[in-house]
Design a protein. Structure first.
Length: 354
């Protein structure tokens, strides 16, 4: 398919680059993020690091034969070793130099690895992140799925406030129970889903959804009558312009007697819940692949939260970008707080379909 320029740039923020369990001590892996490779490794003592892929000596790729030796990462080409702080510690003949690895900020949260990517105005990626991810919830996902979309993280996240499509495309009775709450890099969506459970009939579930930038969405649902709970993570990672890897992670808890039986039931319930989530994203996939991103959509009554989401999302793009521009349901352009735009409205971006 022909490549088109992307109507939205890469956003800044924290983005998932893999599962923590896929990076045991001594392992070196390569992940893709925003058109570049990121090399991940874990030292023998368990420290996890993310670096630029190339050795500062002569440019060898650490992901193609690099190895962990104790707490050091060793280049596959000339054997130069590097400490966790990025400094060169030596080579087979004892030579070392002052060059350092291009380090990336990395954190572990709830069984996932996240790398920080800042915008041009933030300076090098080794600089301190502009904000931090929410604290871990203390529960690791029991079921995972990943798949690629011809889309952008903002488009994926915007579905969390597009309740009209939830009913039309997915056939779910999910509605907004209160206005969204933007709070810096966090955005909380309040929604209620009505569904039927065997023996309980129609049950309404409050499902608060928290967005942490455009790289992490976390949904929580409680079913008090059954003592059950559900956690769903949606983790979109931009691989290339208008190409995103989306990971779903799920943990369901169901009270049953016996530790071993409880773990088995929780895993089974998590896989069932994961399949429901995967069904939804597979229904979204062809629509996202062929839709056009509209910088100034014609919103209708009941879609004010989409405009609020767009204005909130603008903070993750360079100043002056048209990303996140929104309109009121009347069609009037809405500007972000504290800013104004002069001149004619920007032209609509080209198709987001590669």
């Amino acid at each position: 398919m022909a490549e088109h320029s992307a109507p939205l740039p890469y956003p800044s923020g924290w983005f998932c680059v893999g599962r923590a369990r896929d990076l045991p001590p001594g392992r070196v892996r390569t992940a893709r993020l925003m058109g570049e490779d990121v090399v991940l490794y874990r030292t023998r003592r368990g420290a996890v690091r993310a670096i630029g892929p190339h050795c500062p000596h002569l440019g060898a790729h650490f992901g193609a034969g690099g190895r962990v030796r104790g707490e050091e990462l060793v280049c596959p080409f000339h054997g130069f070793a590097f400490a966790p702080d990025g400094s060169c510690t030596g080579s087979p003949n004892g030579t070392r130099f002052r060059g350092e690895l291009a380090r990336r900020r990395l954190v572990e949260r709830d069984g996932a690895l996240f790398v920080w990517r800042g915008g041009p105005e933030d300076g090098p990626d080794g600089a301190a992140p502009a904000w931090e991810l929410p604290p871990a919830v203390g529960v690791r996902p029991l079921a995972w799925w990943s798949g690629e979309l011809l889309s952008h993280p903002q488009e994926v996240m915007e579905n969390s406030v597009d309740f009209r499509h939830v009913a039309v495309l997915h056939g779910l009775d999910t509605r907004e129970s209160a206005p969204p709450e933007p709070d810096g890099p966090l955005f909380t969506v309040h929604q209620r889903t009505t569904t039927r459970f065997p023996g309980l009939g129609a049950v309404s579930l409050d499902q608060p959804v928290t967005l942490a930038g455009l790289g992490m969405m976390r949904l929580t649902a409680e079913l008090p009558d059954l003592g059950s709970s559900l956690l769903v993570w949606v983790l979109p990672t931009p691989l290339a312009p208008w190409r995103t890897l989306v990971r779903f992670a799920v943990t369901a808890t169901v009270p049953v007697p016996g530790v071993g039986a409880a773990r088995a039931v929780d895993r089974a319930a998590s896989w069932l819940a994961l399949q429901a989530s995967v069904r939804i994203i597979k229904q979204d996939r062809p629509v996202l692949a062929h839709k056009r991103y509209l910088a100034q959509p014609r919103l209708v009554p009941g879609e004010r939260s989409i405009g609020l989401f767009r204005r909130w999302a603008r903070q993750f793009y360079p100043e002056g970008s048209d990303a996140g521009t929104a309109v009121e349901p009347t069609g009037r352009t809405v500007e972000p707080t504290g800013g104004s735009r002069s001149g004619p409205p920007p032209a609509q971006g080209p198709s987001g379909r590669p």
